[in-house]
Design a protein around this ligand. Structure first.
Ligand code: CP3
Length: 355
């Protein structure tokens, strides 16, 4: 195994590593000219549905940026392929569900099929990418959380605070829980099939969890996440991502995800003290710093590494995805800096005695 893959997997087991592993959410997107070139002649979904292109884009950031992990090139909407729900990806908007799912009949009509049957091309893309990487970097699979997928299904598209989703959850709790159970079943199969195809870690994106209050999250969302992470427990290390959710951290610590991704609003040191020592943490540089001068970016990166305190079990990342205007050379320099500076920083940690 390469140092990169060993770093990622070691950190996910909270073992000491030679330096802090680093990758970026949305590292394989519009910030890369090589991606934009391909994208000129194919739509996003055409790219995802072609295993050779999927593999090529998945592996691209490993060469270009030097990151320790490749993340599967797909979108959080892909699990809908097998459920019989038509959707499109609109430029500049994101996913749009043609006919939002809000009634009992629509929820009952959602299909649960074998993942390999729903998106065979995706699992082929994973197998190709794993072979292509040859261990040079770890391969991360991903999917949406049941809640975040429900957000797009019910609202029909992105929204500031998803009022129709919250209304369904409050007004029809048993219908809501049926919807969540169906989505959890689909996502469990989807993520386990990614691991079977070669994904070495998986990340669950709960991008919109932050719109919920803690009570609703605990009552209507967390039980389904516990089921999902329970299913994944013996398959691969799993990371739970959410944003705008510091008020949910106590509840998040109870859903059974071994890894928690933290956005830039909460210092890692504080996050760790709130969830306790049994988790690996990912994050949490403000993505907007990548658009700033190198001096600002370096100061921010240093603060993140210091906040992690050289503790085993930190995966460096941004607090959310790479912004499309980001300069890849800044990202590349950031990767080099994290690798170098984390080693330098870790030296005094020997005084802490056995870990
Ligand atoms: O390197 C990678 O991370 C690429 C793989 C990836 C994509 N989407 C491809 C994509 C990943 C991990 C995602 C996750 C995703 N998709 C999330 C969760 C992460 C987050 O940001 O919170 C969400 C909410 C989506 C839904 C989605 N897809 C949105 C909101 C958009 C943006 C619309 C826009 O144009 O700004 C998309 C489109 C999308 N998915 C792109 C990529 C590379 C945009 C570029 C393009 O159309 O070529």
């Amino acid at each position: 195994m390469s140092p990169s893959a060993a770093r990622m997997l070691g950190a996910s087991r909270q073992e000491p590593t030679d330096s802090t592993p680093v990758w970026f959410m949305r590292q394989a997107g519009r910030s890369l000219p090589e991606y934009r070139l391909l994208r000129q002649r194919m739509t996003l979904l055409e790219m995802v549905r072609d295993p050779a292109v999927c593999c090529q884009v998945t592996c691209m950031p490993v060469e270009l940026l030097g990151v320790d992990a490749a993340v599967l090139f797909a979108d959080i909407m892909l699990p809908l392929e097998g459920m019989g729900v038509p959707f499109q990806m609109e430029d500049g908007v994101g996913p749009v569900v043609t006919d939002p799912i809000r009634t009992e009949d629509q929820i009952d009509a959602l299909r649960v099929v074998a993942a390999e049957e729903a998106t065979p091309y995706l699992f082929e893309g994973i197998r190709l990418a794993r072979r292509e990487l040859g261990g040079r970097a770890a391969l991360i699979g991903f999917g949406p959380s049941p809640f975040t997928l429900a957000c797009y299904l019910v609202e029909g598209r992105g929204s500031r605070d998803f009022p129709h989703v919250r209304a369904l959850m409050y007004a029809q709790p048993s219908l809501w829980s049926r919807l969540m159970r169906t989505l959890t079943e689909v996502l469990s199969r989807y993520l386990l099939a990614q691991v079977d195809s070669g994904a070495q870690l998986v990340q669950v994106f709960d991008s919109w969890a932050g719109v919920l209050d803690e009570h609703s999250y605990r009552e209507s969302v967390a039980p389904h996440l516990s089921k999902l992470f329970g299913d994944l427990r013996t398959a691969a290390p799993a990371i739970y991502f959410s944003t705008g959710s510091p008020h949910l951290l106590g509840a998040i610590a109870e859903i059974g995800a071994p890894g928690i991704s933290v956005d830039w609003r909460l210092p890692l040191r504080e996050a760790w003290s709130r969830v306790g020592p049994d988790f690996f943490l990912q994050g949490n540089l403000d993505p907007a710093l990548v658009l700033s001068r190198w001096e600002d970016l370096e100061r921010g990166a240093r603060a993140v590494l210091k906040g992690a305190g050289g503790q085993p079990g930190h995966i460096f990342n941004l607090g959310h995805g790479v912004l499309p205007d980001s300069d890849p050379s800044q990202l590349r320099r950031l990767v080099e800096f994290v690798h170098e500076f984390s080693g330098e920083y870790r030296a005094p940690a020997r005084d802490r005695g056995p870990v």
